[in-house]
Design a protein around this ligand. Sequence first.
Ligand code: KPL
Length: 327
Amino acid sequence: MADNRHHVQNGNGNGLTAILGAGSLGRLWAALLPTGTTAFIPRQHDPEENKPDVTYRFQGRHGRQYPVTIPSLDWTTQHPDALIVTTKAGDTLSALEAILPNLKPTVPVVLFQNGMGSQQAVAERWPDRPIMAASTTEGANRPDNNTTVHAGQGETWVGGLTHSASPLVTNVVNQLEASGLVIHEEPEILKRLWSKLIINAGINPYTAILDCTNGDILDAPLFRDTIRQLCLELAEVMHLEGLPPRSPDDMQSQIEAVARNTAKNTSSMCSDVRRGKPTEIDYINGYIVSRARAHNLPAPVNQMLTKRVKLRTTKPHEPQSDTPGAI
Ligand code: KPL
């Protein structure tokens, strides 16, 4: 793949991508977009204070490591052409509340959150802004605070959520393609987000409860005893939400295939639990429970998994029983 990171050298409005959220995914985009075209947005906006650059080592797909320094956005002189938001789902609305008053109302905002619900909340809060959602299978992690690793080559899909976003999707895709990553326009982004939600709902909570890698869930009694019912609940909710029908068997096979293909991965939820951080369970299985509730439908397996993951994050680290149904 061509390395076009250094082709565009600007940062003053032409192709400048502002990034909110300096976690693994934010750092991946910052490292791969051309030098000088990205800036991190500090969470707390204080025009008086000069925010430091963000510096880290980046390890690309082929193992080459290099240092990266990304400046903080200077709102007084820099005018982003796009904002990509890589905060955790639960932090997104409040992070945007703090910074959107500084951003021109015509600048596209691209939401990269896991799960579902936070994107809709943002689109409902700012219906007149061009709000887009992205779904990505790129893998990035931070083995330590100073290092970001591009662990898995994937693809990214971007689509509009609000009316004014649709005509701008092509521009955003072109801007992000300068990273060398594979990006697609996705006219049916909600369908795409649901496909990812199915995978996350069928892998993440099990890994977080059982404190294991993705592959290790496959033989665990908790997974084996509940995955079929989980997929039935997903199929029913998706049907009531007006999504194209998916068979529970098909979903289960897909979940198991991803767990096998990413067998050695520690899921994002398992790693949040291990680090004592809040998880995105409310936007994954918790979202299914709330949509089921909206249709007067029970979703007992999703509810049980949501509760058990929450127990893992509110109690000190302790071994969990692998008994299905236990909460
Ligand atoms: O997306 C993931 C995550 O960890 O959040 C999966 C697909 C489970 C890969 O680890």
